[in-house]
Design a protein around this ligand. Structure first.
Ligand code: MN
Length: 254
């Protein structure tokens, strides 16, 4: 099994090493193609207005000066000798739950794999609000990653679909299990905009991730994490709302 490992936190992120280790438990044919710099919040953006550079860091290990989508595209079209059987993205530093996944470079990298017809899975480690920066404990992801991937990989591949996995911010032996759940949603418009002045006196604005309120709805990814479970959510590239499509078809009959 050939595996492409990528992320949105960049080639030097600790979570990428965690995911490489997890991938090697399933295969010796593991390739890493990741963004050169952190790309959290890049969503599914593709670099169109300037060239990207590919840099080799080692045997089967490369960085791309672009977005997660750029990295997967380069992996599939320029780096790997043939298509991988699996794209793994992560392990992200921080949650990718509910509505936030629309911003997620981690989930978008898996979307790009799914667009290419490859089984693709995004993995994220939720961390406690008082944890700062790099001090994210990946222990739950490290231990539960293989336990959740193994049964998923035994299932038939659903084309144009991907899987979003989040690990709760608790010690591995406190994790209660794995739950298959739907994507949750946030109650309010997101986060904070911090305002300040730079060293030369010019005003700046900086988007923050704090202060996002949500009610963990029943059987959602948010609730599963709150309850101490690993969340597994199947996603699809087709964003069509079937319910409203039927209503609109009635409104605009053929
Ligand atoms: Mn990230």
């Amino acid at each position: 099994m050939r595996i492409l490992v990528t992320n949105d936190d960049g080639i030097h992120a600790p979570g990428l090493t965690v995911l490489e280790e997890i991938a090697r438990q399933f295969s010796d044919d593991v390739w890493v193609v990741a963004p050169a710099e952190e790309q959290s919040g890049a969503g599914h953006s593709l670099t169109l207005n300037h060239p990207v550079r590919l840099r080799k860091h080692g045997e089967r290990r490369f960085s791309v000066s672009g977005t997660p989508t750029d990295a997967v595209t380069m992996g599939l079209k320029k780096v790997l000798p043939s298509a991988p059987d699996l794209v793994l993205s992560g392990v992200n530093r921080g949650a990718n739950l509910g509505d936030d996944i629309t911003y997620s470079g981690t989930v978008s990298a898996a979307m790009e794999g799914a667009l290419a017809g490859i089984r693709s899975i995004a993995l994220s480690q939720v961390y406690a609000k008082d944890a700062m920066g790099d001090a994210v404990p990946f222990a739950a992801a490290r231990e539960w990653g293989p336990r959740v991937l193994e049964p998923l990989l035994a299932l038939p591949h659903r084309t144009r679909g991907l899987i979003n996995i989040n690990f709760p911010p608790i010690a591995p032996d406190q994790v209660k299990g794995i739950r298959a759940v739907r994507q949750g949603f946030h109650d309010y418009a997101r986060g904070s905009v911090v305002e300040g002045r730079d060293p030369r006196g010019f005003r700046y604005y900086w988007f923050g991730l704090h202060g996002i309120e949500h009610t963990p709805g029943h059987a959602t990814d948010l609730e599963a994490i709150e309850d101490g479970y690993v969340s597994v959510t199947p996603l699809q590239l087709d964003l069509t709302c079937e319910k409203e499509l039927r209503a609109l078809e009635e409104r605009f009959p053929r």
